[in-house]
Design a protein around this ligand. Sequence first.
Ligand code: ADP
Ligand code: MG
Length: 485
Amino acid sequence: HSPCEQALVLLYEFRHACATPLHVLRQISEHMALEMQAGLDQPGGSQLTMLPTFIEKLPNGSEEGLFYALDLGGTNFRVLRCLLGGPEARVVKQEHEEVPIPRQLMLGTSEELFDFIAMRLITFMQREGPEFHRGCNLNDQQIRELGLTFSFPIRQTSINTGILIQWTKGFKITDGVGKDVVTMLQSAMDRQKGWPQIRVAVLINDTVGTLAGGHYWNDDVMIGMILGAGANACYVEGNLPNDIQTKSGKMVVNMELGGFWSSHLPRTDIDEQLDNESVNPGDAAFEKLIGGMYLGEIVRRLLLKMAQEARLFGGVTLTKLKQPFILVTPEMSKMHADDSPDLIVVGKVLRDVFDIGQTELPVRRIVHIVCDTVTKRSARLAAAGIVGILKKIGRDGWSDEVGVSGTLKPLRRNSERTARPELKRTIVAMDGSLYEHYNRFRIYMQAAVHELLSEAAARKLVIELSKDGSGVGASILAACHSERK
Ligand code: ADP
Ligand code: MG
């Protein structure tokens, strides 16, 4: 058999193991809704940690004044100020700055990290121009209020306090775990002395910022989701367990969606190897199938297998192909987007990334299908996740809300129901570069959402790109929870 024929056998096996037919997606979304309830009922009751955020009030457009946001949780951190003008003027003016975090600070102490952040925040605040004072009588001496977006796992104890559970994403900081994040920032600000002072009004993660940023414009926004390097979502829960009491009976819950695990997930040998060799084996199962951080790596692993077992790329040296994470998802999506008859872009990426110089068209076709397979699975699983959330809040058009009992009531079609209120519109505020920039991912995801939902529910669901909504969202949430006036 030719290398291509042998590689095709591996490809068919892989596609089979990756398959996400409708009935599997249905099982996954149903399992998701049940796991959400289990996680709510009991800490540790599910791989979905379902963290309470203490946010029960979301912005509605009436917020006014000057507020700050600080966003930490990636290789850059962002500082932002935003002047809100109320229901008519809305976001009058905003300004932000992105600051890369020096590598050595990611491997140092928490004090060094927060000192750096405080210093940059203060520098940014000192450049606050008079145009940000329009309509709000703030003077230089007054405390500025801030929304802190901190996208590491934290156990929140109030709306603006939370204990760091773990440093992740390449941060190997020697201390800080077990400490309140807001106190760490506040102490660093105090060490800088002098103007300006801040009060952290809210401590949130990026999905909550995205939800709030969307809700500011439209109160049908019920879900905030981020599909970027990882995958996470939060939503408005109206069926809270007894030990969480809020005035409205509602609270935003951070699902830590990436941790979802189900035996229905279509995992392959390659996913298992990737997981075993990862820094957190056994964790973040869902994220490892979906997140932008992993898609290119899954492709690389399959291509390496095809090279080794089927000699797909002939006698070329495999040094590059053997290097973990060398194929990043943006490059993979470039190959996938290639619709030239000769797959020229696929050839170019293989050359640039893996040093695989000459490839025949059938080889490039196989590579293209590999990209398609990995992304299709990712997108369809993300869709099942969204539908799982809709199911949990009774907005998928098939099931009633999952109650505190934790069981789904039997499925009934909308048409069989009598005297039920009409299904409400639900908007998902979506952020993240994977969703934003990977077109075929987005198309597959939307198609799967439509397959999964009843027609009525599909018509009521809107997925809205809320670009960088989380930064502005954090400052608006600070406004919403301001102690000023
Ligand atoms: P983060 O998740 O760290 O907040 P982003 O939302 O920007 O950051 O997401 C970054 C991830 O998005 C990267 O892991 C990358 O794989 C993916 N990504 C960025 N650009 C593209 C692209 N053009 N096509 C596909 N994926 C992309
Ligand atoms: Mg982000």
